[in-house]
Design a binder for this molecule. Sequence first.
Ligand code: PRT
Ligand code: ZN
Length: 224
Amino acid sequence: MSKQRLTIALQKSGRLSKESIKLLSACGVKFNMHEARLMVHSTSHPIDLLRVRDDDIPGLVMDGVVDLGLVGENVLEEECLERQMRQQANEYRSLRRLDFGHCRLSIALPTEQQFNSIEDLAGLKIATTYPRLLERYLQEQGVNAKSVMLTGSVEVAPRAGLADAVCDLVSTGATLEANGLREQQVIFRSQVQLIQRADELSAAKQQMMDTLLARIDGVQLAKE
Ligand code: PRT
Ligand code: ZN
């Protein structure tokens, strides 16, 4: 990565990509976007964008491969816990919580299933893309349930007989409802964070960073 240009990792395509680009544009940072490109250079500032899958963003920041990242706290915290377990570098600086990508990670059960308290999860298999967040929650609650890792189609797991329950991201709740599931317990609330790698930036990058942060604050304030 460049010593002079600030590198920002953001989601290539998905729920966060439009808003991430919109935020940078509102800060006056200009790009010639090419849909296929991994790396995009700003034409107005010493800033480069690295467009990747959201799951790769925390690791790229924690490993110091990029300077900044825009990522959902669900993905960030999951990677942090995973790296903690594996005793890998998991440090980063939290710069700002941003006003997009809001969702919650919730445990949901088939609608017909009784649920009175968290103890009702004992002995169940719970499908999730976030096993570390789920296991931490279960441990805190002292409930002995099993997480089953699925990277996609989590909401169909109970009907397919792969699990008894799910622990999945929810925003409107329509997906759970369409799959005959009822949201029972929120375990984590998430929005997008701007994060920075843990070590010091070069003077040139730090200067660009200060300018960018001031503009982000201006944009956020104007939205309120
Ligand atoms: O390809 P890549 O790995 O980059 O993308 P992805 O498919 O892993 O992620 P993507 O684009 O779906 O989501 C990126 C991030 O957006 C997530 O990590 C969250 O931080 C945030 N986010 C906000 C959401 C949602 N809202 C959301 N509703 N991510 C996923 N969903 C899904 C959820 O998994 C479920 O399938 O939407 C469905 C539920 O939505 P409702 O409205 O029906 O409740
Ligand atoms: Zn992803």
